[in-house]
Design a protein around this ligand. Structure first.
Ligand SMILES: CC(C)(COP(=O)(O)OP(=O)(O)OC[C@H]1O[C@@H](n2cnc3c(N)ncnc32)[C@H](O)[C@@H]1OP(=O)(O)O)[C@@H](O)C(=O)NCCC(=O)NCCS
Length: 188
């Protein structure tokens, strides 16, 4: 399977696959955002993480990506880490799922929406990909607004494991397809 692109240019941000040289930058961004991310992001349970472990994590992401699997991007405004996002093969061979988190100093600037829009267009341009999904816990209002504002279709709610402290254990699914996606709203 062809690999997902390691560099993606958005309107204000650049998405770049995390590499070993980013270990310190990624550590700092997560340290600064830990209490903002803790309610929703289970990966925070593994923090603080040693630089060696983070290097191994990035190496694992790279191996997965090289095999044509998921990609995990840093979101950069110039050299500033604004957050992280990714494309994941969780929903079957024709589907990519978008995940995102935004650094606490950069929330409510429309970055998650900008990135999700760009990744949707990218994903639907990939051979064999006809569907893009976004999932969040029902209590996560900020995350909900991203697919909602982009015009994704609401696919319903189902019971899910609670994996982070603010979650209520209800997965909300949203999707768009090549035939329904018309790009980001004007100004978005
Ligand atoms: C969810 C998250 C990624 C949103 O990032 P963001 O860059 O601030 O989002 P945007 O600026 O693109 O805003 C998208 C919408 O959410 C709204 N929003 C942002 N933060 C919000 C909050 N705390 N409560 C309610 N709405 C919020 C914005 O007003 C905007 O709505 P609009 O379209 O009506 O203007 C960010 O809050 C975050 O990192 N949260 C912690 C990690 C997380 O929950 N990740 C997602 C897991 S599914």
């Amino acid at each position: 399977m062809p690999v997902l692109p390691e560099l993606v240019v958005c309107h204000r941000l650049t998405l770049r696959r995390w590499v070993r040289d980013d270990v310190a930058m990624l550590r700092t961004a997560i340290e600064q955002s830990a209490e903002h991310l803790r309610p929703w992001m289970p990966f925070i349970n593994h923090e603080p993480m040693s630089d060696d472990d983070r290097t191994a994590l990035i190496d694992g992401w790279e191996r997965d990506w090289r095999r044509g699997g998921d990609i995990v991007y840093g979101m950069f405004a110039d050299d500033t880490v604004v957050g992280g996002c990714g494309l994941h093969h969780r929903g079957g061979p024709d589907t990519l799922e978008i995940g995102y988190w935004v650094h606490v100093d950069h929330v409510r600037c429309g970055y998650a929406r900008e990135v999700a829009a760009r990744l949707t267009t990218l994903a639907l341009g990939r051979p064999g990909i006809t569907r893009v999904e976004i999932h969040h816990d029902a209590a996560n209002r900020a995350s909900r607004r991203v697919p909602e504002a982009l015009g994704f279709q609401f696919d319903g709610e189902q019971p899910d494991e609670r994996v982070a402290p603010a979650e209520i254990g209800v997965d909300v699914g949203w999707s768009t397809t090549a035939s329904t996606w018309s790009g980001p709203p004007v100004g978005g």
